[in-house]
Design a protein around this ligand. Structure first.
Ligand code: URA
Length: 296
């Protein structure tokens, strides 16, 4: 165990990692939250309470959070959750409101969310037991498209919507390219589809407000390759390990340091194809992964 420097690990210390990263990867919280926990004296290493996140540990160190040893690393898992209105995306809400984590089935392992949805936003929220994966999927550089169906009060201006494709700056904040199209106008309200690749605070509401539209309903229908489909409000469905591996690809999996199921061994040419076992043809619950678009 050693105090860290800002240099990357050198030969022989490859397995030494920042303490906050190790805690996040165990799925307890995000890296930033882990740093807060360290500052609050909640984390010890080999019996010594840390006061700074500038610390690296290896597999031989004993990390304890709130008196409990860090759970050993589990394989990386990802779930789709249909968030309902009225739930906050945080572990503990100072105002005591219900959190998305309160609404999950009791037999779920500890998970963290991939980014956040506002309290009144509905739809697809990805959950994972791997803080490293959550961080990578949230990164603007990863660039996964987030697609929303939006009900807004007002009459969208087609030219103003089209101009969003070039990005927009609002109150000093630069938003990247936004795809926005009106699906239908119903009296004073419009239904739109809006898609962007960032994940900034209240981005859809701010961008549409900027165009004079007041968002009255906001539903995320997809995040990267994952679709809300017909997942029921409040429902949770795990992404099958093979689908997760295929959708992440080797680059993202490596960036997240994800612990994924290995690909099946390659069959030698001409070998007879092995039939999948009956119970493996469909995910638990019997639903195919590809999801139908959800009518609204
Ligand atoms: N944009 C918003 O304004 N709110 C969300 O919850 C997500 C995207």
């Amino acid at each position: 165990m050693r105090k860290t420097s800002d240099k990357p690990p050198t030969a022989g210390t490859e397995s030494a990692e920042r303490i906050a990263k190790v805690i996040a990867r165990a799925g307890l919280c995000s890296r930033r939250e882990a740093e807060g926990w360290i500052a609050a004296g909640r984390v010890s290493v080999n019996g010594k309470v840390l006061d700074s996140p500038a610390f690296t540990v290896t597999a031989t160190d004993t990390v304890v959070v709130d008196g409990n040893p860090l759970p050993s690393r589990e394989p990386t898992r990802l779930w789709l959750h249909h968030k309902k209105r009225g739930f906050v995306t945080t572990n503990r809400d100072p105002q005591g409101r219900a959190t998305v984590f309160d609404a999950l089935p009791k037999d779920m392992p500890r998970v963290i969310s991939v980014g956040r949805l506002d309290i009144n936003t509905e739809g697809l929220l990805l959950l994972t037991n791997d803080g490293g994966l959550a961080r990578v999927l949230e990164l603007p550089a990863t660039g996964w498209l987030r697609r929303y169906r939006v009900r807004a009060h007002g009459k969208p201006d087609a030219a103003a919507l089209a101009a969003l494709a070039g990005g927009v700056e609002i109150d000093g904040i630069r938003y990247g390219p936004v795809e926005a199209a009106v699906d239908r106008q119903q009296g004073a309200n419009a239904w739109l589809t809006v898609a962007l690749r960032e994940g900034k605070n209240r981005e859809v509401k701010r961008i549409l407000e900027h165009l004079g539209l007041a968002v009255t309903r906001l539903i995320r229908v997809s995040f990267g390759p994952f679709q809300l489909g017909d997942l029921q409000p409040g429902g949770v469905e795990e992404v099958r390990p093979k689908v997760l591996r295929d959708q992440l690809g080797t680059k993202l999996a490596a960036a997240a340091n994800a612990d994924l199921a290995p690909p099946p061994p390659r069959q030698p040419r001409g070998a007879p194809k092995e039939q999948p076992k009956k119970e493996n043809r469909r995910p638990a619950g019997g639903k195919p992964h590809a999801r139908r678009r959800r009518p609204l």
